[in-house]
Design a protein around this ligand. Sequence first.
Ligand SMILES: Cc1ncc(COP(=O)(O)O)c(C=O)c1O
Length: 426
Amino acid sequence: MDSDSLFRRASKLFPGGVNSPVRFYSPRPIYFSRSTGTRLFDVSGKEYLDFSMGFGAVFGGYANSDILDLAMDAFANPVPEGVVSENEIILGELIHGAVPSVEMMRFTNSGTEATMHAIRLARAYTGRNIIVKMNGGFHGAHDYALIGAGSGAATFGTPTSPGIPDEVSRTVLVGEFNHRDSIEEIFSKHGRDIAAVIVEPIMGNMGVIKPEDGFLKFLREITEKYGSLLIFDEVITGFRFRYGAYQDMVNVRPDITTMGKIIGGGMPVGLFGGREEIMKNISPSGKVYQSGTFSANPYTMATGIAALKYLRTIDYEATIRLAKWVEEKLKPYAEAGIRVNRAYNMFTPFFNTQEVKDYSSAKNSDSGRFMKFFSELLRYGIYLSPGQFETSFIGPAHTPEEVEMAAFKMVYALENELNESGHKEE
Ligand SMILES: Cc1ncc(COP(=O)(O)O)c(C=O)c1O
């Protein structure tokens, strides 16, 4: 069995050979068959050190026994599907205890579902239709959020995919992350029709971009001023840098929060929650409809409880120190056009001669050079998240030795590239 023949088979079944487009990279993705800790094994048995970690979902490492033992018990002694059970309450209480703004919540099976329901709820609660999102911000693949770059900050968004009705895309306005003026302009024209601003408080889907000082507070203030809601999409950032959400690190309280990834302990999950006054509008206590056969399913609830219990025991600071180390190692290459953007324990090596601090600077990056770097690292057994606009992750399962080895190989790959291109001599 090899990746070439598997990809040929897959291509007959799945568009582009994959079940999610970000998994494809040229000429074809590597097929993996096994994982443990931070290690992936491809179908030919080659081992890789993983920094993608399931696009950030597998924070504690693969086959983490603290999580797995409880998960196995859930499979061996199943709580029924589609009924209510205590585990959903336990996980809900853990989340509410760690993220105070989430007074009430609903579990879903993906971040996509979570943001879709959060947006519908915000529209229903405010009686307004317009949603403001950030250029390059990603909140899942549903019609409400798959609106990308408009032709200007204050113009109505254009869909990122065909198939989204104009009626929907006209209800989404696209602002610029870290640019207060663009948000102010949108609010000055449409403020009283804006149901909510949805934002990743640290951008993770155009590579890592941190909010500039005060930007999130500014979003809080302007939404309050106009009676709009603020939705923090913490699908990536939730429980990643501390036992809780990022919002409490910056002291900005959103009205609604969405989460996913980490809180499922490796099982499919999503969550939207917030102020009780808003959340109680969800059916059956209110009129806003949301449902799901697999919502709060027993397997995800069991792994989620285990994951949160495990996260209470870990040293988050250690994960951050390791990511800082990668940043430091690559810092001398800024002149050669490689800049590591890091937020706590997540990082993106941008191939860019300029500082990357917003959508337009991120878009100026050289994706081709990134993919060469990515492929070279694959040869050395290092697996980064496969794309210039993706984020790589360091978690508690990574050891200092692993990160040191990976940083060394990154430097080696860059040196080789620079020597080949004669870049250094210029
Ligand atoms: C910030 C953010 N929101 C929402 C989503 C969608 O989550 P899911 O892939 O679980 O549907 C993602 C996925 O990567 C994400 O990064």
